[in-house]
Design a binder for this molecule. Structure first.
Ligand SMILES: Cc1ncc(COP(=O)(O)O)c(C=O)c1O
Length: 369
């Protein structure tokens, strides 16, 4: 069976080092917010070109705490996309704000900058571009509009560790960048984890308070805070994997190229592209097809599991219908949902497996299925 993602294979490829790192934490006896977390915060912040990193419990919490750090409250509006993981929007709602959705660009699947301005109201406080599938959003245009209207920018980089916009890593453009270390991510642990990176010392200090009950001194809250900590074992594992993240991203890019070369002539598939401003890190290799469900079933019957990211846009999900300020037609978002298909892709996936997927897809289109 060829899986869409396969974090176990990554563990196997780093087994000795990961086992040793876990053992070191276990025998060291310090399990929460210790040396592993603070070292990883520094190393990962540096990787993203940011001055500071604050390890938190998940990517969802990273976005939530970033919103809290800029003082988001009930009644505020936060602009983002509906074509994203539920988590992005769940964080906005948890922070008390109303999500306002704008449509995506049909080629990059990221926030369409032209639509940003007309959705800004007196209540808008922030915008969250999502670097979906590993492709950066068009940050320069988004930042320009945000600056004009004094909006904060929080980058959702949960699918884009190591992606670059105009040669600089994502996460370093907005006020803060939010990352998830969910196991299948480009940099993934063996449980939940996340980080907010920033180069703003004040935001860094606020985030550190927010993740730990607002404590400046132990057992004494200066502000209202939460419990959202990255643990030492996850940090130790992530430090091992960070060392090969660039190599792993290159492997993803190479396999994506193989897919793109092999699938260019089906006459139906729309293949992912790398925007001219971007270094895409292919968290997912997402094609569009008019025969999505049939193709997916055919691949499954032949031992290939694909995914759909995501089948229901957030604005159509029951829990969010009432909570979001709509109005805007989300044409490209709606078009994508029935057509997108994520093909298997992870750094350890063999060329042979990619070739098998390509040849099955070609057979499917040649009607030999
Ligand atoms: C775009 C996006 N934002 C936020 C998240 C939330 O991350 P987590 O699952 O670590 O809470 C994810 C991951 O699922 C994601 O893909």
């Amino acid at each position: 069976m060829i899986l869409t993602a396969n974090p176990r294979e990554q563990y196997i490829s780093h087994k000795e080092e990961i086992d040793a790192a876990i053992q070191k934490v276990l025998s060291g006896g310090w399990y929460i917010l210790g040396n592993e977390v603070s070292s990883f915060e520094q190393e990962f912040a540096q990787f993203t070109g940011s001055a500071f990193g604050v390890g938190v419990a998940s990517g969802t919490d990273a976005v939530f705490l970033a919103l809290k750090a800029i003082g988001i409250e009930q009644g505020d509006e936060v602009i983002t996309v509906s074509h994203t993981a539920t988590a992005t929007v769940a964080a906005v709602v948890a922070a008390g704000a109303t999500p306002v959705f704008v449509d995506i660009d049909s080629e990059t699947y990221t926030l369409y900058p032209k639509l940003l301005e007309k959705n800004i109201t007196a209540r808008t406080k922030a915008v969250i571009p999502v670097h979906i599938y590993g492709q950066p959003a068009e940050l320069d245009r988004i930042l320009e509009t945000a600056k004009k209207h004094s909006l904060r920018v929080i980058e959702d980089c949960c699918q884009a560790h190591g992606a670059q916009f105009q040669g600089k890593p994502v996460g370093s453009f907005g006020d803060m960048g939010c990352f998830s270390f969910y196991p299948t991510k480009n940099l993934g642990g063996v449980g939940d984890g996340g980080m907010v990176v920033t180069s703003d010392a004040e935001l860094n200090a606020k985030l550190k308070l927010l993740r730990l009950y607002g404590w400046k001194e132990r057992y004494s809250s200066d502000i209202f805070g939460y419990n959202s900590r990255l643990d030492e074992i996850q940090a130790a594992i992530l430090r091992v994997k960070l060392k090969t993240l660039n190599k792993d991203n290159n492997a993803r890019r190479y396999l994506a190229e193989l897919y793109s070369a092999g699938l260019k002539d089906t006459g139906d598939l729309i293949l992912p592209l790398e925007a001219d401003y971007a270094r895409h890190v292919y968290h997912l290799y997402v094609v569009r097809t008019s025969k999505r469900d049939a193709l997916m079933d055919y691949l499954k019957a032949n031992g290939v599991l694909c995914g759909i990211h995501y089948p229901v846009p957030v604005h159509e999900q029951k829990a969010f219908i009432e909570l979001s300020r709509g109005g805007e037609k989300l044409k490209n978002t709606d078009l994508a949902k029935d057509r997108i298909l994520s093909l298997p892709l992870y750094p350890e996936l063999s060329e042979k497996s990619v070739e098998k997927v390509i040849s099955l897809i070609k057979k499917f289109y040649a009607g030999k299925s």
